[in-house]
Design a protein around this ligand. Structure first.
Ligand code: ADP
Length: 295
């Protein structure tokens, strides 16, 4: 089953057009939705999660009309929002038990089995009797996934999940996501290219409310292969390079600045060819649309 978004648009009452005619086909497995802050990712996630309405367009998953059959959507949906509030004085065990009963798991034995399985799966068993307020960022995110998995959802939406996690917590969270399974659609929204490169077999890049690229990460990387050039420069010369070339990213290396530029041909002999990666794809797409992007 795939999720089909067609011509989705949304303008907020303040006049900001957050989604401009978005069309995307999202297959089963992990799908990465990559875009800078303000791109429209959360607006799209919230619309898919039936938390806000679109002005026009459609979202269909199998025979479920996501924008209209909201009750049905909530039965198949697991959602982990960007701002995930937890009740600080409740244990994860009690909270999961409560959410499971709200989601209709009324048999006590069945609920116990489910909650215990989720706590094990998300590696929270050892802290199941601790209040959620004492959890680290990574534990809270894993708890977020545990609650999102109640009810065996067919569609899981995860909005900016690794913001604020330390590297070890991030790896644990990624492993957990990748174990969820192939017969579920998992949409991961993020501005972190590496998360998508590591986890997703399909992806889209959105920028200023529009889809600017979609496909699989390898295929997209192939499109810019042979067009990425690098050079070590002095920081004070950066503006001059920006004026002349499409500088897609800058990285500090031993106190100097390494720039990557996108160009069909080698600009001059002082540049060196750089093997393209997904970050180059991402910055090529967004710098041509945004100015003043800092890395
Ligand atoms: P992202 O998740 O990619 O950072 P958002 O969907 O949050 O992007 O935001 C897209 C644009 O819509 C931004 O310009 C943002 O300021 C604006 N926006 C988001 N939510 C609202 C809202 N409730 N009211 C008005 N403008 C909003």
């Amino acid at each position: 089953m795939e999720l089909k978004i067609e011509n989705l648009s949304k303008t907020y009452s303040n006049g900001v057009q957050a989604l401009k005619n978005i069309s995307l086909t999202i297959p089963q497995g992990m799908f990465g939705l990559l875009g800078p802050n303000g791109a429209g990712k959360s607006s799209l996630m919230r619309t898919m999660a039936t938390l806000q309405k679109a002005d026009s367009g459609s979202i269909q998953m199998g025979d479920v009309d996501i924008l209209k059959d909201t009750d049905q959507v909530r039965e198949i949906l697991g959602y982990l929002p960007q701002e995930f509030g937890v009740y600080p004085k409740v244990t994860s065990y009690k909270m999961l038990d409560h959410i499971a009963s709200l989601k209709g798991v009324s048999n006590k034995g069945e609920r116990k089995e489910l909650v215990e399985a989720l706590l094990n799966k998300t590696n929270l068993w050892h802290v199941k009797d601790k209040n959620l307020g004492t959890y680290s960022g990574g534990m809270k995110q894993r708890f977020g996934i545990a609650q999102a998995l109640i009810g065996s959802p067919k569609l899981i939406i995860v909005d900016e999940p690794t913001a604020g996690l330390d590297p070890a917590e991030r790896v644990r969270f990624h492993n957990l996501l990748s174990e969820i399974g192939e017969n579920t659609i998992i949409i991961l929204s993020t501005h972190i290219v590496e998360d998508v490169a590591n986890l997703c077999k399909d992806m889209a890049i959105i920028c200023l409310g529009e889809v600017v690229a979609q496909g699989n990460p390898t295929e997209l990387t192939q499109r810019v292969q042979g067009k990425i050039w690098k050079k070590m420069i002095d920081k004070q010369d950066l503006d001059a390079y920006k004026a002349e070339h499409q500088v897609i990213s800058t990285h500090l290396k031993a106190g100097r600045t390494m720039i990557h530029i996108h160009s069909e041909a080698k600009p001059d002999s002082s540049f060196e060819a750089s093997p393209a990666n997904l970050e180059d794809v991402y910055f090529t797409e967004i710098t041509s649309r945004l100015q003043d992007v800092t890395v």
